[in-house]
Design a protein around this ligand. Structure first.
Ligand code: ARG
Ligand code: ASP
Length: 723
């Protein structure tokens, strides 16, 4: 029965999502409109009135658009912070306590860790405010207001201009709009493009730079299941960490200072102890990074058949080396933890994405949509130029594909996976910049930038690992593999680099020596022709094609909205604040398999493998489980929930986003998606795309019962909305 229901929903949602082009069976459509309320989409919080508010209400929400976003009084958006530009976090107490994922705070947790104080392994809990650990360069940014500035930004632009002129005018207009924006001195402004450059919004923000680490569970909880479970359900990861924002005496953003005080937020999220059941309304509020929902079929083909496979192949080789070293050496494990997680994450995502695109027939569906698009141009008497768009894209993508792969291979090899090559790249940028030309006042700055770049690579560097990675991946890039560069280069030895940079107190003398030495370095000499090719050929060609494609995609976006106006159009993610909503729901990834939406502590015990690097379980957690000592956090059947699934449309950047209930309370913490649904970045399908959240009660249980950090629980406002 369930299968049939899913099938019907799937077919009908295809119809709904693909623009309602099918006229037959009006009756049926009305029925499903009631049954399957449209889901999917990442919506701009200032524009929820109307359609979104109505859909949310149908799904069970009690929230108004004003509760979510309001510039005149505090609203939910005031509790949502962009965490370090890449993740999301939310304020959960009136003392600036914020919650995000363990994998979002991972770099900070790692940077405070050493073999003696291994917070990655053992967790960290500050006993009092003064034990909370400051973090260099970490920031949290809140949105004060959002304004549509499209007319200002596109002022002076006409269709017959070339792309370069357009860009210049747009950039000028952006600067002007930012300058004229109404804001307080300490606030910032930015302008972002939406709908592929058809719309522009201005954001006023507040950016807090004193953000301290408050608590993190051990990796055996916060990263439980590691790569094997990453992107997978059933899931049992307690993927959370806690930080605190500090502000100056006026409660405004300030650099770190001992005198700063815990931030008093405009809004913080109450925390619900009542949990979720299947079909409950959920909303995820955060900063999704990037999606590509309106690409032509030819682009999806390129991504799944060429782009993803070539990336997967390189990373697979690198990971094999890194993993084997991490398993046998604890110091290397700590050093490589962040890097390995980053490389492994998208490696696995791309594999899932490809499978999902295939399984959901995304390419064929796009092609059908495109046929309908063309039909509607005639039928509606739209601009006949629109008919040229798809053939243009077809041609452009053919030209773009090989150059995109080449460029990406360079990036994967020189900037993502091998670090000796990355150092050479930094040196290349240094000498390629202004240095030799001017020997100007910038020279000290340049020297320091390069030094800091090399230093930060060496912070977590191991020569042997890097050498093995080089041997594994370089043959995929070129036939000219020279392993002897590792014998003579000074770059793999930080002591030598330091000596070189500190050789003389005379800036000119020292820069001259640095310059000469590095240029003569064997590794640099080897890498230089490749980097030359990248800068002089690969990248310029890429930029040229990419600019052309973007310009056509902008027109195609507009044309789609005119030709098939009642499809579901939300702007692609662009690291700005968005709302997505849906329901708690299980899913069926393949025949005869159905995943119920909630996982429990039982599952952790089932997965437990003593001393395993992915599936070990701390003794204390096992004890709590066997004693059923769950405090006030168990569900009504006395079980301890761990994770749950929803139909919220999320992407990278949504990690750490709050899952919010129908009344605006915190019920969970978003951290992942299911593997079969990672293609949601190009093709959201409500049948199999699910986001994964940690149940907030598991977070509280770990903080309270496992870590004994009761002082943090006492700060929060715990509520029972279902009672
Ligand atoms: N897949 C999630 C996301 O994209 C979690 C990543 C955590 N990293 C990992 N390698 N387990 O960010
Ligand atoms: N894990 C992702 C993140 O870090 C979220 C996702 O891709 O679903 O933002």
């Amino acid at each position: 029965m369930k299968r049939i229901h899913i099938l019907i929903v799937a077919i009908l949602s295809i119809i709904l999502f693909q623009g309602c082009a099918v006229k037959s069976n009006v009756q049926k459509r009305e029925v499903t409109l009631k049954k399957s309320i449209p889901q999917g989409g990442m919506w701009i919080p200032s524009l929820l009135k109307g359609m979104n508010e109505a859909e949310m209400t149908l799904l069970g929400s009690k929230l108004t658009a004003d509760d979510i976003y309001n510039v005149n009084k505090s609203s939910l958006k005031d509790a949502i912070g962009h965490f370090n530009g890449g993740c999301t976090s939310e304020v959960i107490s009136n003392q600036g306590l914020i919650l995000t994922n363990h994998h979002c705070g991972f770099g900070q947790i790692q940077s405070h860790s050493s073999l003696e104080n291994d917070y990655l392994k053992n967790g960290f809990w500050a006993k009092s405010f003064k034990d909370e650990l400051p973090n260099k360069d970490l920031f949290v940014e809140f949105i004060v207001c959002i304004d549509d500035v499209t007319n200002q930004i596109l002022n002076g632009i006409s269709d017959d201009m070339n792309e370069k002129t357009k860009k210049q005018i747009i950039n000028k207009n952006i600067e002007k709009a930012k300058k004229n924006a109404k804001k307080e001195d300490w606030q910032l402004t930015k302008v972002k493009s939406f709908y592929k450059g058809n719309q522009y919004f201005l954001f006023v923000t507040e950016k807090f730079e004193d953000v301290r680490l408050v608590g993190a569970p051990p990796s055996s909880i916060g990263k439980f299941g590691s790569d094997t479970d990453n992107w997978v359900f059933p899931r049992h990861t307690g993927d959370f960490s806690l930080f605190r924002i500090y502000a100056d005496e006026n409660n405004r953003p300030a650099k770190y200072s001992e005198n700063n005080k815990p931030y008093k937020p405009k809004h913080y999220l109450p925390v619900s102890l009542d949990g979720v059941s299947e079909d409950d309304f959920t909303m995820v509020f955060g900063f999704p990074g990037r999606t590509n929902e309106y690409l032509p079929a030819v682009a999806i083909k390129h991504i799944t058949e060429e782009f993803n496979p070539s990336n997967i192949a390189i990373r697979e080789k690198a990971l094999k080396v890194i993993d084997s070293y991490m398993k046998k050496d604890d110091a290397i494990r700590i050093k490589y933890a962040s890097k390995q997680a980053r490389i492994a994450n998208y490696w696995k995502k791309w594999i899932g994405e490809n499978q999902g695109i295939k399984k959901s027939n995304a390419i064929a569906k796009k092609q059908e949509f495109e046929q309908e698009f063309v039909k509607q141009i005639d039928k509606k008497g739209l601009n006949p130029e629109y008919k040229k768009l798809l053939p243009k894209l077809e041609k452009l993508y053919k030209e773009y594909a090989p150059i995109n792969i080449k460029r990406r291979n360079f990036i994967e090899t020189f900037l993502v996976n091998n670090e000796l090559l990355k150092m050479c790249f930094k040196i290349y940028q240094f000498q390629w910049g202004q240095i030799p030309e001017s020997f100007s006042t910038d020279i000290v700055k340049h020297k320091n930038v390069l030094y800091n770049n090399l230093k930060s690579i060496h912070k977590n560097y191991d020569k042997n690992v890097d050498f093995e990675v080089f041997k594994a991946i370089m043959p995929l890039y070129t036939k000219n593999v020279d392993t002897s560069i590792y014998d003579t280069t000074i770059l793999t030895d930080f002591a030598k680099i330091e000596k070189l940079f500190n050789y003389s107190s005379s800036v000119l003398e020292s820069v001259d020596l640095i310059y000469k030495t590095l240029l003569a370095d064997k590794a640099f000499q080897y890498a230089k022709p490749f980097i030359d090719e990248y800068y002089k050929e690969i990248n310029p060609k890429f930029v040229e094609k990419n600019t052309e494609i973007e310009s056509v995609l902008k027109q195609y976006m507009k044309a789609q909205m005119e030709a098939i106006p009642n499809a579901r159009y939300f702007p692609d993610a662009n690291s700005t604040l968005r709302v997505t909503y849906g329901k708690v729901k299980g899913y069926s990834p393949r025949d005869a398999v159905y995943y119920t939406p909630v996982s429990y502590l039982e599952g952790i015990i089932e997965k437990y493998i003593p001393n395993d690097y992915e599936f070990d379980v701390p003794e204390k957690l096992r004890d709590l489980y066997y004693a059923k000592d769950f405090g006030q956090y168990a569900d009504k059947n006395g079980k301890m929930p761990v994770c749950f699934l929803g139909t919220n449309h999320t992407t990278g950047g949504n990690s750490g986003s709050p899952a919010i209930d129908a009344n605006g309370n915190l019920i969970g913490l978003n951290f992942d998606r299911v593997w079969e649904g990672t293609m949601s970045d190009m093709n959201y399908d409500p049948e199999i795309c699910r986001n994964i959240m940690v149940d907030i009660r598991y977070v509280l249980f770990i903080v309270d019962k496992y870590a004994g950090a009761k002082r943090l629980i006492d700060e929060m406002e715990l509520v029972h909305p279902k009672k």
